[in-house]
Design a protein around this ligand. Structure first.
Ligand SMILES: CC(=O)N[C@H]1[C@@H](OP(=O)(O)OP(=O)(O)OC[C@H]2O[C@@H](n3ccc(=O)[nH]c3=O)[C@H](O)[C@@H]2O)O[C@H](CO)[C@@H](O)[C@@H]1O
Length: 364
């Protein structure tokens, strides 16, 4: 069978797509996957390295901008639609899965015109415009969180959770076997797939308040592309041992290593840290559509499964205080990690692949 996966832009959309691709390819020798995305998206950097085929189309948002930008968006959409039809004719997929992001709309709509079964996956509690629109033409809408069911037609919506990549699932299986030999404290700081400037700056400033802890503190800090040099310099100045990188290829290794995580609260990040049972201080991105990151984080806070600091309350001193307290309270860290793990759902990719294959067979 052949599966086309459309969308991306950010890691939060792309990585669940990769998780479904892994599951689909593992089902049967000879299964094929093709991704459709854009050159600007994270997919153009990540997929070729992993050995996946990627076709890039032209796509852009067409909502809520000035008239000129809107007209340009529509023209790009129509061009992307024509490109998608051509790709579909050549690849002849049995089914198409949209994972959100600009490229998913032209590809899914072209699939509709060619009567190829179509599916979408929504990662967030509050769906974006593209998925709300595409739900009208999808055979099934797979959702990660109960909250988003209100936005989609009940009869065609299935709660699956957010698909996790094999590297993360393997980490989950390994976790109980791992023991640490040193008494260093491992802190992982990352700001979603593109890094977070505010987290970079605040964490850098927090180091001055953690001087008494620096004997034990080891940090891995993902900065994104822009702040790498500045953040590296701050750790050096403050004498805190750190591995500062623009992007982490193996998040599974990073999670395994970490005793505590400071991060944004994107949907895919949440799915991963809960699966790995990691205690986190979430700093939600305040400009995410409908403030959905805050909602994601608060859902965990409510269950004692994470800590939350909004950007409004965030300060270097407060962040340092929270880190220090948790460094000195392994019992609390353990309890919060376990509560997080209790919320994880691990079989999303399997359920999605099962459902797509079943529906494809029924439609024959
Ligand atoms: C600012 C914004 O609107 N962000 C959205 C975007 O975020 P973003 O792309 O940051 O999404 P998430 O936080 O959900 O996921 C990040 C993904 O990137 C991976 N990763 C991250 C850092 C790294 O160095 N290496 C790496 O592989 C993580 O393992 C994870 O798989 O899409 C998500 C899913 O639609 C939304 O919930 C987020 O709100």
């Amino acid at each position: 069978m052949r599966l086309l996966i459309a969308g991306g832009g950010t890691g939060g959309h792309l990585f669940p797509g990769i998780a479904v691709a892994e599951e689909f390819l593992a089902r049967k020798k000879g299964n094929e996957v093709l991704f459709v995305g854009t050159w600007k998206g994270i997919e153009a950097r990540v997929l070729p390295k992993l050995g996946y085929r990627l076709e890039c189309i032209t796509a852009a948002g067409i909502r809520g901008k000035g008239n000129v930008a809107r007209a340009k968006g529509i023209a790009k959409f129509l061009y992307g639609y024509a490109q998608s039809r051509k790709i579909l004719k050549e690849f002849k997929p049995d089914m198409v899965l949209g994972v959100g992001g600009y490229a998913s709309a032209p590809a899914l709509l072209a699939a509709r015109g060619m009567q190829i079964p179509r599916f979408i996956h929504e990662q967030n509690a509050i769906p974006g415009f593209t998925n709300k629109m595409l739900a009208k033409v999808a055979e099934r809408v797979f959702i990660s969180l109960e909250e988003s069911s209100d936005f989609f037609p009940e009869a065609r919506t299935l709660l699956t959770g957010n698909p996790l990549r094999r590297q993360i699932l393997e980490q989950v299986a390994l976790a109980p076997l791992q023991e640490r030999s040193d008494d260093a404290f491992h802190l992982l700081v990352f700001g979603g797939s593109s890094g977070a400037h505010r987290i970079n700056v605040t964490m850098g400033e927090a180091l001055q308040f953690l001087q008494d802890m620096k004997g034990r503190l080891r940090v891995t800090h993902q900065t994104g592309e822009n702040d790498l040099e500045d953040v590296t310099a701050v750790y050096e100045e403050q004498g805190v041992s750190a591995d500062v990188v623009p992007f982490i290829d193996s998040m599974a290794d990073a999670y395994r290593w970490a005793d505590l995580v400071v991060c944004r609260a994107g949907a895919t990040t949440i799915a991963e840290v809960t699966a790995c049972g990691k205690p986190c201080i979430f700093i939600p991105y305040p400009h995410a559509v409908d403030d959905h990151q805050r909602r994601n984080a608060e859902a965990l806070l409510k269950c004692g499964a994470g800590f939350v600091m909004t950007e409004q309350e965030l300060s270097a001193e407060l962040l340092a205080k929270a880190i220090r307290e948790l460094m000195n309270d392994p019992a609390q860290l353990k309890a919060v990690g376990e509560a997080a793990q209790g919320l994880a759902r691990l079989d999303a990719a399997q359920v999605i692949v099962d459902e797509m294959i079943t529906i494809k067979r029924e439609m024959k």
